[in-house]
Design a protein around this ligand. Structure first.
Ligand SMILES: *[C@@H]1O[C@H](CO)[C@@H](O)[C@H](O)[C@H]1NC(C)=O
Ligand SMILES: *[C@@H]1O[C@H](CO)[C@@H](O)[C@H](O)[C@H]1NC(C)=O
Ligand SMILES: *[C@@H]1O[C@H](CO)[C@@H](O)[C@H](O)[C@H]1NC(C)=O
Length: 523
């Protein structure tokens, strides 16, 4: 799950920001749409608990979910909560990716022709979100899958797929004469897809191949689908594709080396419970296809859950080092966290190491990738409960009903849980917390804090929506502090991602971004 309504948001920002172009000025802050009540800061600053550096996957890359292993983590520092400042900008990035020297790239809207806003990529100043450079596809109607865009760190190449069936590689260059974004490669693979399919995922592997999958997400122009294609494009343009009937893809994919991990599920509108987790790799030299390393059956349930955004398993898979891959199923009643071996097992039934039931019967669902970290001995996996998350708004509704009931999260059972995986042994619940969260959190290994964004429950029942940044201790699950971000629907995260970089934690909003950084005493 990610910024599904981004294109509409871009159009909205075009409509609301109907100003003459002001290219150089820093963007204005996001206006609150209600009066903020409640405490400004609760708790105490974090001490800062440095964790092991995160496991690196190859090729090294920055994505919405941290890296191509989708760990949700970074070795950059987030704020400790010391005398923190909150800032915001009317600048819609949707997704943020971080370059080797702390450079920031993300989504971008061109609103110079207000009747025809275009979606592209942007390079930004992380301290102000001023635009340093931008790139747009030639076709103004192209829909870019920004949620699953990637920045390859070794050469600062941005990779993003479009609904038209194209893969775009855009080079970011930062020099003494400024920053530029230039298209260096465009591959049209529409002819290798089955009818009705649209591209969703694209990732570089270590051989320079670009892996892709088709797929769909609710509230995007990607329509309903009845099959899936997985494949890769070699550097010379040769396309290899594997077609899967009766399965669809509704999430991101994970990749390390030349192995891609993919979750597929049943077609929307069917009660089939058949879904699979797959590992694919490149075929041997001279071969002609995508090789299936293994596939494991999971329980996709009979229907989409209240608050759910996907028909099948909701979580983009995350890699636990070189040992396991994790995702969640969509079993009726109570969903399960699945931990699967990365290596193929002789008996396919052994592929799953653990299946841990999550949350309560009839009140569990998940659409957000697990956050994972290795402490040198065991892996920690954190999952949040997305049952009964209020629907993500489209922007017509947003404009008409900014402060309406769609903001009200008190009907969610909520909860986050950490499960530990002991290699060679098994899995156990480490801690549970009653935090209600629908946005995508991020872990800083530098501070040992899982950063998220929540609503004050006390006021929500009465229709006042006050939003807070939260800091959760990764080791104990304790809520260390919360800091008020803003009030009203204009500060609702709409289930969009958060991101840590340069000592800040940023939360994407419908109209822009809000972030928190420490004051005078920098970590
Ligand atoms: C499945 O179809 C229903 C009914 O058309 C729709 O409301 C829902 O959003 C769809 N779900 C997905 C994941 O596409
Ligand atoms: C990633 O893949 C590379 C190349 O296959 C391998 O050497 C490395 O061990 C893998 N890393 C992890 C964390 O699995
Ligand atoms: C918010 O949701 C709760 C629980 O569903 C409900 O009791 C309350 O009336 C709602 N408040 C508003 C203002 O919609």
């Amino acid at each position: 799950m990610w910024a599904r309504t981004l294109p509409v948001a871009l159009q909205l920002s075009a409509a609301t920001a109907a100003l003459p172009p002001l290219p150089i000025l820093p963007p204005l802050p996001v206006p609150p749409s209600q009066i903020a009540g409640g405490e400004d800061f609760v708790g105490a600053p974090a001490v800062g608990n440095q964790l092991h550096h995160k496991v690196q996957f190859q090729p090294r890359a920055s994505l919405m979910h941290g890296d191509a292993g989708n760990t949700g983590s970074t070795d950059s520092a987030g704020p400790l909560g010391q005398d923190p400042d909150v800032k915001s900008a009317l600048q819609i990035l949707g997704v943020m990716v971080w370059g080797p020297d702390g450079t920031l790239s993300g989504g971008r809207a061109d609103i110079s022709n207000i009747l025809m806003p275009r979606i592209g990529l942007g390079a930004y100043d992380p301290a102000t979100l001023e635009v340093l450079a931008e790139w747009f596809p030639d076709n103004p109607d192209e829909y870019l899958n920004l949620g699953y865009m990637e920045l390859r760190l070794e050469d600062n190449s941005l990779l993003v797929s479009g609904a038209s069936g194209r893969l775009y590689v855009v080079q970011r260059t930062d020099g003494s004469d400024g920053t530029s974004l230039e298209l260096t490669r465009e591959v049209d693979i529409a002819g290798s897809l089955s009818p009705g399919e649209t591209l969703l995922n694209s990732l570089f592997d270590t051989e320079g191949n670009i892996w892709f999958t088709t797929g769909t997400l609710t509230s995007t122009p990607l329509g309903p689908q009845s099959s899936a294609t997985i494949g890769y494009v070699e550097p010379d343009g040769t396309v290899h594709a594997l077609h899967l009937p009766d399965q669809i893809i509704e999430n991101g994919i994970a990749l390390n080396g030349t192995t891609a991990y993919v979750v597929t599920g049943p077609l929307n509108g069917t009660t089939s419970t058949t879904g699979y987790v797959w590992a694919f790799t490149t075929d041997s030299p001279g071969g002609d296809g995508v090789r299936t390393v293994w596939k494991a059956l999971y329980d996709a349930g009979t229907h989409q859950k209240p608050g759910g955004l996907t028909r099948g398993g909701g979580a983009t898979p995350a890699l636990l080092g070189g040992d396991y891959v994790t995702t969640t199923d969509n079993a009726d009643g109570r969903i399960k966290l699945l931990i699967l071996h990365q290596e193929p097992r002789e008996d396919p039934d052994d592929q799953v190491l653990c299946a841990v039931p999550l949350f309560d019967e009839g009140a569990s669902s998940n659409d957000v990738r697990p956050t994972v970290h290795f402490d040198g001995e065991r892996y920690g996996v954190v999952i949040q409960n997305g049952y009964a998350v209020p629907p993500m708004l489209d922007h017509t509704q947003f404009l008409l009903d900014v402060n309406g009931a769609w903001n009200n999260m008190t009907g969610m059972p909520g909860g986050i849980v950490r499960v530990d995986v002991n290699p060679g042994e098994g899995c156990e619940v480490r801690w549970e917390s009653d935090v209600r969260i629908k946005s995508v959190p991020a872990l800083s290994t530098k501070t040992g804090v899982l950063y998220g964004y929540v609503q004050e429950e006390e006021f929500a029942a009465d229709g006042t929506y006050v939003w807070y940044f939260i800091a959760v201790d990764w080791e104990s699950g304790e809520l260390l502090w919360k800091k008020r971000a803003g009030a009203g629907g204009s500060y609702n995260d709409n289930a969009w991602p958060g991101s840590v970089g340069g000592g800040r934690f940023y939360q994407s909003l419908m109209l822009g971004v809000v972030w928190i950084e420490d004051g005078s005493e920098k970590y």
